[in-house]
Design a protein around this ligand. Sequence first.
Ligand code: BJW
Ligand code: ZN
Length: 243
Amino acid sequence: MNKTLETTEVRKLLRRKVRICVLTGAGVSAESGIPTFRGAGGLWRKFRPQELATPEAFARDPRLVWEWYDWRRGLIAAARPNPGHEALVRLERRCPNFLLATQNVDGLHLLAGSKRVVSIHGDIWELHCTACGRSREDRAVPLPELPPTCPDCGGLLRPGVVWFGESLPPGAFAAAAAAARGAEAFLVVGTAGAVEPAASLTRLAREAGAFVVEVNLESSALSSLADVSFRGKAGEILPALVP
Ligand code: BJW
Ligand code: ZN
């Protein structure tokens, strides 16, 4: 099918469907200036995941891990939602049964105005105390001391994100999986599909009969599951699909 026709067909389909689930990854925030993990210019080109995004790395060197998160918090604080985030807000407003599952920890979907969002890999603005277990939002950039400590008990604070080997926030994956299974249309945007269990949401949706639309600069591990793949920037393709 030619691209203009495909765009028109998917635009119509997204208007007709009442149950839509969206999975986003780092690619949706790339045009806001936030680096992705994998691929050219990705964070993992410069830093090894096992040195930064695991509980073992944090236990070994909390200051190093915190320096990385503090730097990323600075980039995110300066970033604004882009036309891709905004298109997903429009999609939610006209869809009675909608869920946006994001792997991103940057909060840009919420800042854009999306409401029905589950952040399956947590939130970079949330700090958890490793000693007393309390959590609080803290948007200070840069943090005044690294590593930060808990104002209640003096314990070591950690970022409220999900590292490799850790469980997803309670209920978050279950909510996303239920929406994926119930979806008539499933949109997968800007993710390499390399991390589980997030990637399996696309498979769940597909197996339950959803029409799967992928938006990505390149082909991904999830492309073979898509009914249609749009190659290009989320900030350009999503506004064309959801004008
Ligand atoms: C654009 C674009 C533009 C660019 N427009 N597109 C089954 C099999 C094998 C392993 C496992 C398994 N199940 C679980 C595991 C282990 C592990 C895992 O998945 N390992 C894999 C590496 C194989 N998973 C876990 O450990 C998870 N926990 C878990 O399963 O708990 C149960 C359990 C407990 C104990 C033991 C075992 C299991 C947790 C995973 C947590 C992932 N955490 C991170 C860091 C979060 C915090 C932080 O931000 O620092 O999450 S890793 C990193 O990857 C981050 C991301 O959310 C995640 C996904 O990345 P994403 O979004 O796909 O980004 P990229 O960069 O990879 O891709 C960007 C894409 O965008 C590319 O495709 C570009 O082309 C595209 N793009 N610009 C459109 N403008
Ligand atoms: Zn504490």
